[in-house]
Write a protein that binds this ligand. Structure first.
Ligand code: PEP
Length: 248
């Protein structure tokens, strides 16, 4: 039985002070069996962790560098995240791919670094609207997963979480239908099974992300291959409580 995960991606929102207040305000309201994660800006990691320390909430970052240290101005390493007691890190979010040259190859390096240090990477894949319109969504997902998991053994692969996030649904209010999301997540699970076998495929957790709201979360999360959500905009509102609590 795969435990569901609901992760909020705060993106570049909240200072440490407003973030800690917000997190402390919603933390007592969760009533769920899901693993709840707040992926916050680097500068908020410590304050938010402190603010929710009495609750079973994991803290994550939104990126990391694949090297341990060095001349990488503005970057943050896995060890730095661990010192802030981060447990999760988003890797390969479409905004990082679009604006900061993240590629499937850098995703592969970051995934390996994160797991080797004991962080759980939430590895994002997903198609653009034009790719969906061209009918190549599944080809693209297979390629993204294969490159992300290149030279990654099964134990390492199972220490990750995958998030299927169609780019056209992120921050647009255009949610994939439960059937569209299910089909894509099933495809991701299938390619994971080709790489690691059916037992591993039955264990890997695959989230859906893209305009999840309090109103649509349950229908999405009830689909057989969807193990929860990665939530952007709505994770900044008290609506996030309804999304989390959609998992009984
Ligand atoms: C995201 O940023 O990962 C995301 C899914 O955003 P939104 O929920 O706002 O579409």
């Amino acid at each position: 039985m795969r435990r569901k995960v609901v992760a909020g991606n705060w993106k570049m929102n909240h200072t440490s002070a407003t973030g800690a207040d917000f997190a402390a305000g919603i933390a007592p309201k969760f009533q769920t069996s899901a693993e709840v994660v707040f992926c916050v800006p680097y500068t908020n990691l410590w304050c938010v962790k402190e603010a929710v320390k009495d609750y079973p909430i994991g803290i994550g970052a939104q990126n990391l560098h694949y090297e341990d240290s060095g001349a990488f101005t503005g970057e943050v390493s896995a060890d730095m995240l661990l010192k802030m007691e981060a447990k999760y890190v988003i890797v390969g979010h479409s905004e990082r791919r679009a604006y900061y040259n993240e590629t499937d190859e850098t995703v592969n390096k970051k995934l390996k670094k994160a797991v080797s240090k004991g962080l759980t990477p939430i590895v994002c894949v997903g198609e653009q609207l034009t790719q969906r319109e061209q009918g190549i969504t599944e080809d693209l997902l297979r390629m993204q997963v294969r490159i992300a998991y290149m030279d990654v053994d099964a134990e390492t692969a199972l220490a990750t979480i995958i998030a299927y996030e169609p780019v056209w649904a992120i921050g647009t209010g255009k949610t994939a239908t439960p059937d569209q999301a299910q089909q894509a997540c099933a495809c991701v699970r299938e390619v994971f099974g080709v790489l690691y076998g059916t037992d591993a495929a039955s264990k890997i957790r695959i989230l859906y992300g893209g305009s999840v709201t309090g109103a649509n979360a349950k229908d999405l999360f009830d689909m057989p291959d969807i193990d929860g959500g990665l939530v952007g905009g709505a994770s900044l509102k008290t609506e996030f409580v309804d999304i989390v609590n959609a998992v009984k």
